[in-house]
Design a protein around this ligand. Structure first.
Ligand code: GLV
Ligand code: MN
Length: 318
């Protein structure tokens, strides 16, 4: 039995044990490719479900080795046959680790998530001239990595300028030909900007584009830049947020309202169904790192609040 089925069975058993009766079918969903780190953009499957992307767009995404998402799904036996959207969602609660440090730092057990911040992803290729490191004088070089490096600094500065809520990151860079004695001729890198307010995100984008022009061109380099993904800020369902808060209070946990810094499938599902999220802490606030860790007790607290919230919601709207 898959983990999702066994979780569903446990939830059903728990409901039955409490004598609770409901006609609403309960499903556990594990959306494919939430991360988007190999096949950009993120939240690909929930995005197709919610109509943000076509299924063909999702299938045609390629990784950095040129492998297509559809072919890779087929290869691992995960390409389903059910038509998209066949199962209607009445409401979706997403339980997740916070992936950040706030809950732990404030000694809170449950994050009552009110929404997801806006995100924009860009891809940039800077082109110069690959040349011999020993034989090419400094003033005659067209070093693509010099331009890209200066952009890393600029992207950091743009986020700092709009802090504390803004973040900006270059997390992937490919240097070509990537040889110790060749001046880099081409650099590809990815940019990730996030902010809860769309207007600020728009300003950050304009500053980024101006910085590209002002930084790259004086170095005798050229560049291509493309925004490959825009996930607008999302506000979750007020009734469901209330059910999470009430569930946490009933279970006796300290809570904190928060906006998700990470992308979430809930952000797309909120377009087609009432949606909200519950956060539990993670050790040291560290995530996207193999040391990521959340204790069984913390997971249990989240599951308890999930149960209370689902029951409260079902009593009102089920
Ligand atoms: C996914 O985890 C993202 O927020 O990028
Ligand atoms: Mn993630």
């Amino acid at each position: 039995m898959c983990w999702a089925c066994s979780v569903r069975l446990e939830v059903m058993r728990t409901l039955h044990a409490t004598g609770y009766e409901t006609n609403a079918p309960l499903e556990i969903i594990n959306w494919t490719n939430e991360e988007g780190s190999r096949f950009a953009p993120a939240m690909l499957a929930s995005g197709v479900f919610a109509g943000a992307f076509t299924r063909e767009f999702a299938y045609s995404r390629r990784d950095r080795d040129g492998k297509a998402f559809e072919a890779e799904l087929t290869r691992i036996g995960y390409k389903g046959s059910e038509p998209v959207g066949q199962r209607k969602i009445g409401a979706m609660f997403e339980l997740h680790i916070e992936q950040g440090p706030i809950l732990e730092a404030e000694g809170k057990t449950i994050g009552v998530v009110t929404g997801v911040q806006g995100m924009r992803w860009y891809e940039v290729t800077v082109a110069g001239q690959a040349a011999h490191t020993g034989a090419t004088p400094m003033h005659l070089r067209k070093n693509a990595l010099l331009g890209a490096s200066r952009m890393v600094e600029q992207i950091h500065a743009i986020a700092i300028k709009h802090s504390p809520d803004a973040v900006g990151t270059v997390g992937l860079m490919e240097v070509r030909p990537n040889s110790r004695n060749v001046v880099p001729g081409e650099v590809f890198f990815c940019v990730d900007f996030r902010h809860p307010d769309e207007a600020v995100l728009e300003t950050m984008e304009q500053e980024f584009r101006a910085a590209l022009k002002d930084t790259i061109e004086p170095l005798g380099l050229t560049y291509e830049e493309k925004r490959i993904w825009d996930s607008p800020a999302v506000r979750f369902d007020t009734e469901m947020i209330g059910c999470v808060r009430g569930g946490a209070e009933k279970a006796g946990y300290l809570t904190r309202d928060m906006v998700s810094g990470a992308g979430r499938d809930a952000a797309y599902i909120a377009r087609v169904a009432p949606t909200t999220m519950i956060f539990v802490p993670c050790a040291g606030g560290v995530s996207h790192n193999e040391s990521e860790s959340t204790s069984f007790d913390e997971c249990g607290s989240g599951a308890q609040v999930l149960l209370e919230a689902v029951l409260a919601y079902d009593r009102r709207f089920g």
